[in-house]
Each structure stands twice: as C-alpha cells, then as structure tokens.
Design a protein around this ligand. Structure first.
Ligand code: TGC
Ligand code: FAD
Length: 402
C-alpha cells in the first residue's frame, strides 16, 4: 500500500493495470498480446525504475537502444530479411502504446528509428542501402535520426533551405536542421534537402563525415529523457549512392510522417492510460471528509470522462491499424487520429494531475512528466493546428495553409 509521504523517486507507486472497457483485447491476435506482454515487462523492469531520475537529470539512457533492438521494437513491420520483425501495423501500434506508457522519450526514440529512418531506407532506398543500414538499425547497433525541420521552417517544410549541389562524383550538402530527436547520439541521419532545381531529395548521412556536426539542445522542460538537437552541414560530401534514387519532392518526407504519426496515435494512449491508472488508484486510497475522494461525484465524473476518452481513442487507433494493414489508411485519417489521441492524452494528464492534488506535481507519480512530454508530442510530427487544417482541407477541398 502506498504511504502518503514523499517516497523514493525511482519507483511507481501503483501496479500498472490499464483499462480495456470495450474488450479491445478480443480484437488483438495472440502475436499482438505476446509482443505487448514482452514490451510491458521490459518497461516495468528497465524504464520505470529509472525514468523519473533520467527526466530530472535531462539524461537519455543509451542502453535502451540495444535493449529495444533485442526486443524487436525497431522496425517491427520491416521484413525479416532486412532484420525487422515482419509483423503488422497493429503490432507496431501496440509496441508504441507500451513504450509511451514508460515515457514519450522512449516511444520517440523507437518511432523515429522505425518510421523516420528504417521506413524511408526500406521504402525509398536502393538494395545496397537497405543491406548496408537496415540490419544494424534493427538490432540497435546503429541509431538513426531524421532531419526535416529547420530553424526557419517548421510547419512549412516545403520552404526548406538545406541544399545539395551536384559535384559530379558526389553531392555537397549545406544547411541546418533543428529540433532533431536522437541527433547527437545518431550514427546516421536521414536528411531532406533541395537540389539545384529546388526538388526535395532524401539521403543517408553518416556522422563521421567531415563538415557534419550534431550539437545537443539543452534546457528543455519536456521530453527531458530524450536527446534533441541540431544537425549542421558545412560542405558535407555525400556520395551519390547515399541519395535515395527514386523518391523526389515533399511527398517523400511526408510519407515517412504518415508512419510516425500513426505510431504516435497509438503511443499517446499509453501515456493517458498510465495517468488514468494512477489517478484511479490514488482516488480510491486518498481520503478527505472521511471518504475516499473516488466517492465524490465530481471525481467520478472526471474518471468516467477519462476512461470514455481513452476507449474512444483505442477504437480509433485499432480501426486505423486495420486500414493500415489493408493499405487503405489515408494521410488525413492518420492526421485525425494523431490530433485526437494526443489532445486526449494531454487532457487526461491534466485531469489526472488534479485528482492527485498537490501530490500530482511530484515526481513520485508519472503524471506531471507525461503532461510535460505531451506538450512536445502535440507539437511535433505536425502541430495540432496543422492536423486540423489537414482534416479541414480533406473535408472541404480547400487548402488553408497558404
Ligand atoms: P502539399 O502541396 O499539400 O503537398 C506536397 C506534396 O506532398 C503530398 N502530400 C503527402 N504525401 C504523402 N503523405 C502525406 N501526408 C502528404 N501530404 C501531402 C502532396 O500530395 C503533394 O504531392 P505532389 O506529388 O503533388 O507534389 O504541401 P504543403 O507545402 O502545402 O504542406 C502541407 C503540410 C502543411 C500538410 C505539410 O507540409 C505538413 O504536414 N507540415 C507539418 C510538418 C511536420 O509534420 N513536420 C514533422 C517533422 S519530423 C518530426 O516532428 C519528428 S518528431 C519525432 C519524435 O517522435 O520524436
Ligand atoms: P511553427 O511552424 O513555427 O508554428 C508555430 C505555431 O504557428 C504553431 O502553433 C502552429 O500550429 C502555427 N501555425 C503554423 N502555420 C500555420 C498555419 N498555416 N495556419 C495556422 N497556424 C499555423 N523535426 C524533425 O524534422 N525531426 C525530428 O526528429 C524532430 N523532433 C522533434 C522533437 C521535439 C522534442 C520537438 C519539440 C520538435 C521536433 N521536431 C522534429 C520539430 C517539429 O516537427 C516542429 O517543431 C513542428 O513541425 C512545428 O514546427 P515549429 O516548431 O517551427 O512551429
């Protein structure tokens, strides 16, 4: 039983018992459940005991990378011949939910690695590029990052200023990327830059190459257990064989975002479930006016609304997963799910935090950390506003970005 005094910062006060109000388990295969159980055990064992301290110290535990590789959390939908697990998109979603229950930083690492690095190499890369990079990325021997955002271009990546110039035998890459997850720990970066004709091209850049640096960004109040930084390219020689041969234009990076946004739609549910689980158990134990606070109607309203919103988000994610497995999920559907589920998780974190009163602001419980993380999650991979505009454009046929 949890004692209401400051506890050590390195453990969860309550066992994790996520809600399944609409028996969504029945919609999952045995394989999905096995994967979920393996990732949940790992999060309990390896992440939960250290994550609060890591967030306090602004520290990413690099051992997570190898462990995630061993678990099969990198590239679960990439075919086994390239080192992936050959599973479906619902398995990928389930993994993201479990990881984000631990911390959005862990899910970020895995989703960037899978959707923004392995996916483009698998989808757009030459056979040589796939063989060279994918097995190492899958095992966690290599870590990757994805450079699209720039100091002057966030929501509008079409205005990117990074450039490549054809020098005959190689390209010369110049420019800078900003807010890049995994930047300073990455061995390779998937980078998007315009050629001399203004066409967006994608390429794999290796960290050892002369002129490439990746300084870390400090002083974040969100995703403190994740590495974020810049990518700076000063006359970097990129061999022609490192440029993706076929894909040209902004749709290349945007296709990668579809995969990552899909994962986030599932991931955010994990953060919300952790907050709900904590708030429910706390409200049953904490007494005021001689009753558990769960006995008060206002607290029950909060809890009932939270579990309803989580359930709706689960159903949205599951249906999206089915569509994705069938190759029918549209970018606009993915935007709607990312937008809804992240906003849902942020609201759940805020309401859950209130249920804990003052205890909710401490690191003895995971809620405040999730809440601060979700402020990044609602901004990256397209802001909440941009996703609403994508839905708006889809339903009206009028593009309101410009
Ligand atoms: P627009 O003219 O609409 O489109 C340009 C071309 O792209 C095609 N397209 C897509 N293709 C695939 N998937 C999508 N989702 C697509 N959206 C558009 C489109 O058909 C067109 O193709 P074509 O052949 O006609 O040329 O482009 P736009 O410049 O008007 O911008 C559209 C907009 C605003 C939706 C887009 O640029 C956008 O999504 N902005 C948000 C930027 C963003 O999400 N950045 C994320 C950076 S990565 C990141 O945040 C990682 S966080 C990592 C972590 O988890 O830690
Ligand atoms: P801006 O584009 O400057 O937007 C500012 C505000 O204006 C927002 O509220 C936005 O919604 C609003 N706005 C913009 N345009 C419009 C419009 N047309 N209509 C209405 N409102 C508008 N990027 C990567 O490439 N790789 C990464 O790995 C990566 N990791 C990240 C990790 C973290 C922790 C964070 C915080 C960001 C990361 N990003 C990454 C960058 C992220 O994708 C951008 O922050 C995001 O796309 C928004 O861009 P911006 O921050 O420049 O905001």
């Amino acid at each position: 039983m949890f004692i209401f005094a400051p506890t050590k910062n390195n453990n969860m006060p309550y066992p994790y018992n996520p809600p399944d109000y609409f028996q969504i388990d029945e919609l999952l295969s045995e394989e999905h459940k096995i994967v979920r159980s393996a990732i949940r055990d790992w999060v309990n064992r390896s992440v939960v005991p250290v994550i609060d301290q890591a967030a306090h110290e602004h520290k990413f535990h690099e051992r997570f990378i190898k462990e995630l590789g061993e678990l099969g959390a990198f590239g679960p939908f990439i075919p086994t011949e390239y080192g992936g697990a050959g599973m479906d998109h619902i398995a990928y979603g389930v993994i993201m939910t479990e990881l984000e229950r631990g911390d959005s930083a862990i899910r970020s690492t895995a989703s960037v690695h899978t959707s923004l690095v392995m996916y483009p190499i698998f989808t757009f890369g030459s056979e040589e590029q796939k063989r060279k990079y994918l097995p190492g990325l899958a095992s966690g021997d290599l870590i990757g990052c994805f450079g699209l955002t720039e100091p002057n271009q966030g929501s509008d990546p079409g205005g990117m200023e990074a450039k490549i110039k054809d020098m005959g035998g190689h390209y010369l890459l110049n420019g800078a990327k900003m807010w890049i997850t995994n930047s300073s720990i990455a061995d390779i970066a998937v980078v998007w830059a315009k050629d001399e004709n203004g066409i967006v091209r994608g390429m794999v850049v290796e960290k050892e190459w002369t002129g490439f640096s990746a300084p870390e960004t400090h002083n974040k109040w969100s995703l403190r257990a994740s590495v974020t930084g810049e990518l700076v390219f000063d006359d970097v020689k990129v061999p022609k064989e490192n440029v993706f041969p076929e894909i040209k234009g902004l749709k290349g990076p945007l296709m990668c975002l579809n995969s990552a946004r899909y994962g986030i739609a599932w991931g955010a549910i994990g953060a919300a479930m952790d907050c709900y689980n904590t708030a429910l158990q706390y409200s049953l134990e904490r007494k005021q006016f001689n009753k558990p606070i769960a006995a008060f109607q206002l607290q029950q309203k909060k809890l009932a609304e939270i579990v309803t919103e989580i359930t709706k988000a689960q159903l949205l994610a599951w249906r999206l997963g089915k569509l994705k497995n069938e190759g029918k999920a549209t970018p606009a559907q993915i935007s709607m799910a990312k937008c809804n589920n992240v906003e849902m998780a942020l609201n759940v974190a805020r309401e859950s935090r209130q249920i804990l009163g003052a205890m909710g602001i401490t690191g003895d419980f995971p809620i405040m950390r999730h809440m601060m993380n979700l402020e990044s999650v609602i901004t990256y991979e397209g802001t909440h506003d941009i996703h609403l505009l994508i839905t708006g454009s889809d339903i009206t046929g009028i593009h309101a970005f410009e």
